[in-house]
Design a protein around this ligand. Structure first.
Ligand code: KIV
Length: 273
């Protein structure tokens, strides 16, 4: 059966096979049971329980306030829905930087309490000790380079990263460090497409792009952006496949009109004794 066949559960090994076979990897975020079920049923390979839940679910301006308990809650909801996809859970800000013992403890909580399949951490050389320590417990780790939203206060903006040679070279080095450390894949966020191509050709592990052009081994988007629920976010890289915000708005207006006019509920929608 094909590596994206319905019956086969996706593992980190599946993703390596897909890269070797030149088969593109699909990844989307999910934070709750109902949407995770739809995403899994549609055959998406990887579901990311992203700390973008901070923006999308909680209405925070950045991902920084997200806690380990928040991430575990979202991961538990997603886990109950998913049969096939590999579930990757973001480690939130403050749970892995600068202290590898805390990093391991945090990753173990995600695996034990939410039964995620893997964790994702933002950063390169500066967090490699934490990555190595997590890997000693047999927990698969995904890296994340380029625009790393947990460091927004260091960057100051969400603009494209690594346009200059020095930052681009560091990013390629970081990708190699993550591969050598044992990461099974790397998210590349908002970097020039030629740099993403170079990185994808420099490592044997899959790269998953978001705003990193077509030459990555796979693509990820935030589900609510793809569905057109979050209408105030329109970066160049985003393709909206629906305008759900408009549809939902219209449906709710119709409901209110029907209730106010007495048209809902009808006779058919009522019980008789
Ligand atoms: O949290 C998230 O949704 C992410 C994606 C943008 C890759 O990390």
């Amino acid at each position: 059966m094909s590596v994206h066949g319905k019956a086969r559960k996706v593992t980190t090994h599946t993703l390596q096979e897909m890269k070797r076979a030149g088969e593109k990897i699909t990844m989307l975020t999910a934070y709750d049971f109902s949407l995770a079920k739809l995403v899994d049923n549609a055959g998406v390979d990887v579901i990311l329980v992203g700390d973008s839940a901070s923006n999308v679910m909680a209405g925070q301006v950045t991902t920084v306030p997200m806690t380990l308990d928040h991430m575990i809650y979202h991961a538990q909801c997603v886990k109950r829905a998913v049969d096939r996809a590999l579930i990757v859970v973001d480690m939130p800000f403050g749970t892995y930087q600068g202290n590898s013992a805390i990093a391991l403890e945090s990753a173990i909580r995600i695996m034990k309490e939410a039964e995620g399949h893997a964790v994702k951490l933002e950063g390169g050389a500066e967090i490699v000790e934490s990555i190595q320590r997590i890997l000693t417990a047999g927990i698969p780790v995904m890296g994340h380079l380029g625009l790393t939203p947990q460091s927004i206060y260091k960057f100051g903006t969400y603009s494209v990263r690594a346009k200059e040679d020095e930052e681009a070279e560091k990013l390629i080095q970081d990708a190699k460090i993550l591969e050598e450390a044992g990461c099974f894949g790397i998210v590349l966020e908002k970097i020039p497409r030629d740099l993403a191509k170079r990185v994808s050709e420099s490592v044997t592990i899959p790269t998953i792009g978001i705003g990193a052009g077509p030459d990555c081994d796979g693509q990820v988007l935030v589900l609510h952006d793809l569905l057109g629920i979050t209408m105030d976010f329109s970066p160049r890289f985003l393709r909206r496949y629906l305008n759900l915000a408009d549809d939902i708005h219209g449906a709710i207006i119709n409901y209110c009109d029907d209730v106010r006019s007495g048209e809902f509920p009808s006779e058919d929608e009522s019980y008789t004794s």
